[in-house]
Write a new protein. Structure first.
Length: 430
């Protein structure tokens, strides 16, 4: 018998069969998004609990009670109780971390109501389990064909067989209510199994299919997200994102789950940002708010509300000062204070330093070819317009001009003062 090697990332295991036909099992939790890391594994044995978390396929996992006090640990494959027969699963969490997982999933069942762990799976159980798993792909394709023949507006996304092979759960996607009673009868008679239909959403479907996101990485719902949280457009507004549905939607045509990742940070940072409902009134003119950068503590303003090409970054502290002055009926002379002006920096040209063609040999024409080529006639210069419309001075240039003029005046005053001191010294010496 040939050696086989099966890696099932949906359930998190690696199954191998030797040449003698013996089936062996090794846990492979790194590729399963239902894997739970046991942070409390170093707690002594006498404090371990008898409730275990068992995972199955996709986002299906449940809690079971170890009635027989079996020595179990993470990665063990066990036979557990099910409403119809028994199922095969893999232990994903044990010990004191399990009550925390139950609290996180709002699980409030008592010990007497919880289903039980029968035993560690025997080789016969694993053989039957692998046989049932091998049928899932064929059954899913056949069930899709039957649904099309019945003209049902639904799509069967996945099939999960029970460990003993007597029951199968069909996960389907549908926009409206579907009457699949006839479909259940046909599936039960075709495959000789118990049928359970379970509807899933577009996010769960994307997690089953998988793919690559715009960030270049595998979809989060495929890797680790098992519990989906609702996402709305207010998350994008708080983060000052463009309300473009094509950019905010993921492959499931819903808002991206990653919009909630940094939402709490933006909410905390925006508490110090003032609310600007009206333009800031200054001696230079009305400054209109264009956007906020809450993480840097900067608000961007422009003097032209219809053409905000030139935007000025203003610190939040300065915006609060101007708002207080406007509330008292006062106007500041400038939008930015002298302390808020950017420090002058030397201009360094880096043109050509990073060019990939800087080491290529230059192509120069010979002098004879340049002599033979007739001179190009210069185009007549365009006449200046008679009256050009007056354009608004650039606020950035005006600030630089004011700063340069202020420095020149200070230098001139210092020179005059030095000259007066020299004259007085000469008169005293005379």
């Amino acid at each position: 018998m040939a050696t086989i090697n099966i890696i099932n990332c949906e359930r998190g295991y690696r199954a191998t069969r030797s040449e003698l036909g013996k089936m062996s099992y090794q846990p492979k939790g790194s590729c399963c998004k239902l894997n739970v890391y046991n942070w409390l594994r170093d707690i002594p044995e006498d404090r371990l609990y008898r409730i275990f978390e068992v995972r199955f396929k996709n986002t299906h996992k449940d809690f079971f009670y170890n009635v027989n006090n079996l020595p179990l640990e993470n990665g063990d494959i066990v036979a557990v109780e099910s409403p119809t027969g028994h199922d095969i699963g893999i232990i994903s969490a044990c010990g004191p971390v399990v009550p925390m997982q139950m609290k996180r999933q709002n699980e409030t069942l008592a010990l007497s109501e919880m289903r039980k762990i029968y035993r560690k799976a025997k080789p016969v159980d694993i053989e039957k389990w692998q046989t049932a798993i091998a049928r899932e792909q064929t059954v899913m394709i056949k069930s899709r064909q039957i649904a099309v023949q019945l003209n049902l507006n639904m799509k069967i996304g996945d099939v999960e067989f029970q460990g003993d092979g007597t029951k199968a759960t069909f996960y389907y996607i549908a926009d409206d209510r579907v009457d699949f009673r006839e479909l259940i009868k046909i599936l039960a008679g075709e495959f000789r199994i118990r049928v359970e239909m379970k509807q899933i959403g577009a996010r769960q479907e994307a997690g089953l299919i998988g793919g690559i996101g715009v960030c270049g990485r595998e979809l989060c719902c495929t890797q680790w997200i098992a519990d989906f949280i609702s996402v709305n457009t207010s998350s994008a507004r708080i983060q000052e994102l463009s309300l473009n549905p094509q950019k905010l939607a993921g492959q499931c045509s819903k808002l991206k789950c990653c919009l909630n990742y940094e939402l709490d940070t933006y909410i905390e940072a925006s508490k110090d940002t003032p609310e600007v409902k009206t333009p800031l009134d200054t001696a230079e003119g009305l400054a209109y708010l264009q956007k906020n950068d809450v993480l840097r503590g900067v608000m961007w303003f422009s003097f032209d509300p219809y053409n905000p090409i030139t935007q000025i970054p203003v610190p939040i502290v300065r915006v609060k000062e101007i708002l207080d002055m406007n509330s008292r009926g006062e106007k500041p002379e400038y939008l930015l204070d002298d302390d808020d002006l950017p420090e002058p920096s030397d201009f360094i040209s880096a043109v050509g330093e990073g060019s990939i063609t800087r080491f290529d040999p230059s192509r120069r024409r010979s002098r004879s070819s340049r002599r033979r080529r007739p001179a190009r006639s210069a185009a007549p210069a365009a006449a200046p317009p008679e009256s050009a419309p007056a354009s608004r001075p650039d606020p950035q240039n005006s600030r630089r001009t004011r700063s340069r003029r202020r420095n020149n005046n200070e230098q001139r005053n210092n020179n005059n003062e030095q000259k007066n001191n020299n004259n007085k010294q000469n008169n005293n010496n005379a």
